[in-house]
Design a binder for this molecule. Structure first.
Ligand SMILES: Nc1ncnc2c1ncn2[C@@H]1O[C@H](COP(=O)(O)OP(=O)(O)OP(=O)(O)O)[C@@H](O)[C@H]1O
Ligand SMILES: [Mg+2]
Length: 510
């Protein structure tokens, strides 16, 4: 049980096998379906459901596994001969089945074999002579084309919040029983957060994470949630072009960007706590700007401000690793992001992923853009997008049209005041005392520098000083600064072009 939680005690929801999926599966069986494909890792629950349905409909019921062979649920129905091998079980169903349900567990590897497929098709075609249904259960059941017309798919719905709460309470009770009846310590807020964070997982996975959260110390706290979300991502995110970014950032590490910060802070509670006060939840921003001025850093800080996980969509991985399955995997990435919500989805350098019109990819990038735009406007879950770009000429115009993003922020080269802040941040980061430096002169000397170039000048000055066995001085910094040819000089036209485009179309982030 959970300590200091009277409301929680009352909420025990009992068995998770709720009526509705049971009724749905029964309806499929009643509708004379010869084959049912169940993709699930909740094997015990499916088996128990089939058993209940068999009793209700007065059918015989059997289960088969490659290790244990065929067994009847009711000892009176035990098959006369032993039936082990996969062709034997199908032969047995073909010759002996009458008004029965057969649950074949982990049969999917055999579906790749033409003989097995033909046996199953015979069973399906012969249904009016035996009225038996074969239920294929496995983590992933790929039904071959030949069997599709005879097969009904079935999925267990994911647990509701009330069911997830019951799972956590059950896990707490189990922990208590194993630990001398101690009570799990938590607060209402932490418990609610844990339950909400388990949403989107199957009952088995949710139970696993709940046990993990409780078992180390018998306490559920807010501070465990990042770890829970990371573990949740591991369960979902395998094989996806999304990566979980462990490092978020704080705005205190960023010089400037005051307006962006205030914008995010104002929306924080609406984003995290759902639609309050009938305001539309914030959907996302596009950060457009000069290279090295902190766009990526700001994306990380957005997740930091909201206090939610940061997922990154890597277009390079999407195109290369999943060649030929790009669109499917993009959809999967969106699904994962929605299950992980509330979260920030960071799409870095979108122009590289969406540059359309190259004409040599059979319209793939066009289709990807279409899928992305559709999802941007239709997504229902709190997934806050931070997209970054620095080349507007390669950015599809649809992307920057009004309404796609809540706001397009322009990240310009830092002004003098911001350069001072950036200098101070990066000196302190490297344990140098900012008070030892004359900021006005440094800020003046770094006119036209990006944040990244300022940082690099500090790093190089440290090397120089270190090589001479002494600390960094003002003169070292000035010397490095003077040797640097900033991008704003080298690529002056490009930067100017970007600024001209941004004026009137975007909002300054400072
Ligand atoms: N405003 C800033 N405040 C503090 N540090 C900054 C700032 N801008 C840049 N930096 C430093 O430069 C590094 C590189 O910046 P970042 O990768 O965020 O730039 P970017 O705008 O994403 O560049 P690119 O367009 O090349 O991707 C940061 O990790 C940070 O250390
Ligand atoms: Mg970047």
């Amino acid at each position: 049980m959970i300590a200091n939680q009277p409301s929680v005690r009352l909420a025990h929801a009992g068995s998770l096998a709720t009526e509705s999926p049971l009724r749905d599966l029964e309806a499929i069986i009643r509708s004379r379906t010869p084959l049912i494909a169940v993709e699930s890792n909740e094997e015990p629950q499916i088996v128990s459901m089939v058993r209940q349905i068999a009793t209700r409909l007065q059918l015989k019921a059997f289960r088969w596994t490659v290790t244990e062979g065929l067994r009847a649920f009711d000892p009176c129905d035990q098959p006369q001969q032993s039936v082990f091998k996969s062709p034997e079980i199908l032969g047995y169903i073909k010759s002996s089945a009458k008004h029965s349900l057969f649950v074949l567990l982990d049969f999917h590897p055999f579906l790749q074999d033409a003989t097995h497929v033909r046996h199953l098709k015979d069973i399906a075609l012969n249904y009016p002579n035996h009225y038996s249904t074969v239920v294929l259960v496995g983590y992933a059941v790929q039904v071959p084309e030949e069997l599709r017309p005879f097969t009904a798919p079935f999925r267990l719905p994911l647990p509701t919040l009330a069911e997830l709460r019951a799972i956590v309470i059950e896990a707490a009770a189990d922990w208590g029983a194993e630990n001398g009846q101690r009570e799990v310590q938590t607060t209402n807020k932490a418990l609610d957060l844990l339950v909400r964070n388990l949403a989107g997982l199957t009952a088995t996975d949710a139970r696993r994470l709940a046990v993990k959260a409780i078992s180390d110390d018998g306490v559920i706290t807010d501070s465990e949630m990042p770890e829970v979300m990371r573990a949740k991502y591991e369960l979902l995110g395998r094989d996806s072009p999304l990566s979980f970014e462990y490092e978020t950032a704080r705005f205190s590490e960023i010089g400037g960007m005051r307006r962006l910060r205030a914008w995010l802070e104002m929306r924080k509670s609406f984003f995290v706590d759902g639609a309050q006060a009938h305001l539309d939840p914030p959907r996302g921003v596009l950060l457009l700007g000069v290279q090295g001025c902190g766009k990526s850093l700001a994306a990380k800080a957005a997740a930091g401000i909201f206090g939610v996980p940061l997922l990154r969509l890597d277009f390079g991985v999407l195109y290369n690793k999943y060649y030929g399955e790009t669109e499917r995997n993009l959809r999967k990435a969106f699904e994962t992001a929605e299950i992980m919500s509330p979260c920030v989805l960071w799409m870095d350098e979108i122009e590289k992923g969406l540059a359309v019109g190259d004409g040599d990819d059979d319209g793939l990038s066009r289709r990807i853009l279409g899928a992305l735009l559709t999802w941007l406007s239709e997504r229902r879950k709190p997934v806050f997008i931070v997209a970054t770009a620095n080349d507007i000429t390669r950015l599809p115009p649809e992307m920057v049209r009004k309404g796609r993003f809540d706001e397009i922020f322009f990240v310009d080269l830092p002004a003098a005041e911001n350069r001072r802040e950036i200098l101070s941040i990066h000196l302190s980061k490297r344990s140098l005392d900012p008070a030892q430096f004359a900021f006005d002169a440094l800020a003046e000397a770094t006119t036209g520098f990006s944040g990244s170039e300022i940082e690099q000048a500090i790093v190089s000055a440290m090397y120089t000083a270190h090589a001479q066995g002494r600390g960094v001085k003002q003169a070292d910094l000035l010397a490095e600064i003077q040797q640097t040819r900033p991008l704003s000089v080298v690529m002056a036209e490009k930067v100017e072009e970007l600024r001209v485009w941004a004026a009137g179309r975007t909002v300054a982030c400072d």
